[in-house]
Design a protein around this ligand. Sequence first.
Ligand code: XIL
Length: 379
Amino acid sequence: MNSKFSIHALLKCATICLTTVLISTSCSKQPTTLKDAFQNYYLFGTAINVRHIRGKLPEDMAIVMREFNTITPENMLKWEKVHPEPDRFNFGPVDSMMAFAEKNGLHVIGHTLIWHSQTPGWVFKYDDGEPATREFLLQRMKHHIETVVDRYKGRILGWDVVNEAIDDNGELRNSKWREIIGDDYIQKAFEYARAADPDAQLYYNDYDMWKPVKRNAVVKLVSELQAQGVKVDGIGLQGHWGMDYPIISLGDSAIAAYAALGVNVLITELDISPLPNPWAFTGADISKRFQLTDETNPWPNGLPDSMQTALADRYAELFELFNKYDKNISRVTFWGVSDGMSWLNNYPIRGRTNYPLLFDRNHQPKRAYYAVLNTVLNK
Ligand code: XIL
């Protein structure tokens, strides 16, 4: 009786154990998502554009809802789109994007208030074509910032207040903003944005942020703003990077230098181009262009297997770096959802076939996607 009981108990126990092992194994293999895997690290975002909002890219939208918890409009909030004429604001697409975000519990980032690109020429002139004075342009800047920020007050997590104010030589860029207003245009933009939505986070955003010349200039700029009593909540590294830049040690020292200012660090526009870069061009000034040749567009029909692996390894080493600074990094945002809609198909050369994101043209996760996930799942 006893032995029968114990055999029965043993069998039952074995069944339970086996089931538990099977469930736990299948659980650990269960597909997760980027936003869930990184929930204790930082927010995980992507840029979306007006075609997403108009319902033209449903497969991308499914990825957005599944994988990300933050969205940034790729162009919709830039001055030329949201404020195309002096007395006309175009809020329709942004309103739709906000509705989508709120329905799906996504944070929204405002990109961008003050920039030298994608800002119409009229901004810097009077109606009669005469160049604007400092006072006039400050008034116009204030009106733009107040109107746009106030409309989405309390609903936008943070704003890229000023984009790309430092030139490649580390000096303040000679933009129209600086030429007409003076160096304090940056401070004024932050002040106007803070007044319009005191609870929104305010960021400075730029490219090549890992280069020592840019890094030192941005550290100087932000410390001067802080000394003037202007609170900067975060510094955004755009992250339009390549297979060989930034080297990890320079990325590391840049993140450390920004974090030392006591601000959040954000990777705001991440994409890694695996295509050839014969000009060793690293920036992202959208006015720079090169000529299309066969050698600069080598894979029009698909990325070779070896390159898929190289891209995955590259993403992994960058995310290892981000994870090391997870206490300082508050968000990592990709500049696009899937390869087919990446701006890098047309920049810095029009008409290339590029593969910089985590999802391919068929909206499937790439090897790079799993490599990124594994930087946290393998902990
Ligand atoms: C790019 C968009 O992706 C393109 O669609 C547009 O034609 C040009 O601008 N740095 C930035 C982004 O801050 O706003 C830029 O986005 C890419 C470089």
